[in-house]
Design a protein around this ligand. Structure first.
Ligand code: MG
Length: 160
């Protein structure tokens, strides 16, 4: 089973910039706005998993009208979804993701994101890939109005 996930969040002052559970420093001090910690990468991966399992989407699973998810750690929410998948007999085979962001460069944080996501997904880091792309100065990403992420996930049957 395969699934796709996409998410974007607004960049604004006074918020943290957390991607795949790793906090980055934006050169202008911007971070991502949202009900939870607005971890756009974790959200895209979560949606890809839910899609592959035919389990709807992240907005249905963790409604942004629910105060329990205010400033929630999105990597923990991802872990909850992985646990649900396990209960339904699914195991994560591979996840590939792209972060679309102008600044800062992901740099060494990319491997940290990969390791953190792999831990949350219950797989080795070889089964997770994180790529970086930019908006080339155009569109909402290029104007640094927001950050986007997309992901695909492949699920298989859990081995006994
Ligand atoms: Mg989101």
């Amino acid at each position: 089973m395969i699934g796709i996930g996409w998410d974007s969040h607004r960049l604004e002052a006074g918020r943290r910039l957390v991607l795949g559970g790793v906090e980055l420093a934006h050169p202008d001090g911007l971070g991502l706005a949202g009900h939870s910690d607005a971890d756009v990468l974790a959200h895209a991966v979560t949606d890809a998993l839910l899609g592959a399992a035919g389990m709807g989407d992240i907005g249905q699973r963790f409604p942004d009208t629910d105060d329990r998810f205010r400033d929630a750690d999105s990597m923990e929410l991802l872990g909850q979804v992985v646990a649900d998948l396990g209960e339904r007999g699914f195991a994560v085979v591979h996840v590939d993701a792209t972060v679309v962001m102008e600044r800062p460069k992901l740099g060494p944080a990319r491997e940290q994101m990969r390791a953190g996501l792999a831990a949350a997904l219950g797989v080795g880091s070889g089964a997770v890939n994180v790529k970086a792309s930019t908006g080339e100065g155009i569109g909402f990403v290029g104007r640094e109005e927001g950050v986007a992420a997309l992901a695909v996930a492949m699920l298989g049957a859990q081995s006994e």
